[in-house]
Design a protein around this ligand. Structure first.
Ligand SMILES: Cc1cc2nc3c(=O)[nH]c(=O)nc-3n(C[C@H](O)[C@H](O)[C@H](O)COP(=O)(O)O)c2cc1C
Length: 314
């Protein structure tokens, strides 16, 4: 029995996190077809592009899938309208207030999950009426919380105070890590970085190769004044770092970040000038594989770990 499998009607409690410039219909349908739950990353899509991805995803899988909507999205109302029109059944919201759309979506029969990085926001999300939360630790790739709470500390803290199902995220790329967070109280996992290095991710191949070659210590959390983000320490990051030495204003940071840095790095493959979001666990990712292999490997590792743990005595 697993609450996350029941909630989404899926086979395995592995969710592929919505990721800008990485999770289009190809990756999403591959993960859903493999028994997990794929999420389209709406954050990097214009409304008409999102609609196209939803429609292609419906054709590529008859299994459940969802859409991740970062609430800072400029055309939020338009995106919500598309979700309703296209009859999307699952929405993961992030980076914003869960109160804004939770009741509206739930009244229309949509399952709503909100991503949080602290206990405080987990309580707010529960109060807003979400069906589950993603609790994302400081290790995670992409945008992250200010509190820098690690997954290992965050999950049990949230478990102590929250009744709704918990999906752990941040630093999970293996079945052993999945086992560990489930031992801490999570009901399932959300995986991001590992799926960037998948054949179906829409990220640029040079970015994928850089992820595979990344070592421990190659990522950092930066730009806390704007929206904290974990990324690879490339030239763009060095420029940010140098600007920090001059105690920049938020405006100066915004100018350096510009508008299209993430697209330039992760989608167009400009490894120097682009922003390359990825998690600490990139140091553990050594190959680019089909998404279905990633899901299968994680499940097999989970089961092997479960068996091994039964034999361990203390
Ligand atoms: C390239 C990249 C882009 C991401 N974009 C988003 C996004 O648009 N919305 C969101 O809620 N989370 C985003 N995330 C976070 C993931 O959905 C996921 O929660 C996180 O990657 C989990 O941690 P991990 O990277 O250690 O697996 C992104 C992560 C990465 C690596």
């Amino acid at each position: 029995m697993n609450k996350i499998n029941d909630l989404f009607a899926i086979k395995y409690p592995i969710i592929q996190g919505g990721m800008i410039w990485a999770s289009g219909w190809r990756l999403v349908s591959a993960v859903s077809n493999a028994g997990g739950l794929g999420l389209i990353g709406a954050g990097s899509m214009y409304p008409d592009i999102l609609r196209e991805h939803i429609q292609k995803c419906k054709k590529a899988t008859d299994k459940p899938f969802g859409v991740n909507i970062p609430m800072l999205y400029p055309n939020l109302e338009e995106i919500i309208q598309i979700i309703i029109e296209e009859d999307v059944k699952i929405v993961f919201t992030s980076a914003g207030n869960p109160k804004t759309y939770t009741s509206f979506l739930k009244e229309r029969g949509i399952i709503v999950v909100h991503v949080v990085s602290s206990l405080k926001f987990a309580l707010k999300a529960q109060e807003a009426g979400v069906d589950a939360i993603v609790a994302e630790g400081f290790e995670a790739g992409g945008h992250n919380g200010r509190d820098e709470t690690t997954t290992l500390a965050l999950i049990p803290m949230i478990k102590e105070k929250i009744d709704i199902p918990i999906i752990a995220a941040g630093g999970i790329a293996t079945g052993a890590a999945m086992y560990a967070v489930m031992a801490l109280g999570a009901n399932g996992v959300q995986v991001g970085s590992r799926f960037v290095a998948s054949e179906e991710a829409s990220s640029h191949i040079d970015f994928k190769k850089m992820v595979v070659n990344a070592k421990e210590g190659d990522t950092t959390l930066t730009l806390k004044e704007l929206a904290p983000v974990r990324l690879l320490k490339n030239k763009f990051y060095q420029d940010v770092h140098e600007l920090y030495a001059q105690a920049p204003s938020v405006e100066e940071l915004k100018v350096l970040l510009g508008r299209a840095r993430a697209k330039r790095g992760m989608f167009e493959g400009d490894l120097d000038e682009g922003e390359l979001e990825i998690g600490q666990v990139s140091g553990l990712i050594h190959d680019i594989k089909p998404a279905a292999d990633i899901v299968d490997t994680m499940i097999n590792e989970f089961l092997a770990t479960q068996k091994m743990m039964k034999e361990i005595s203390i």
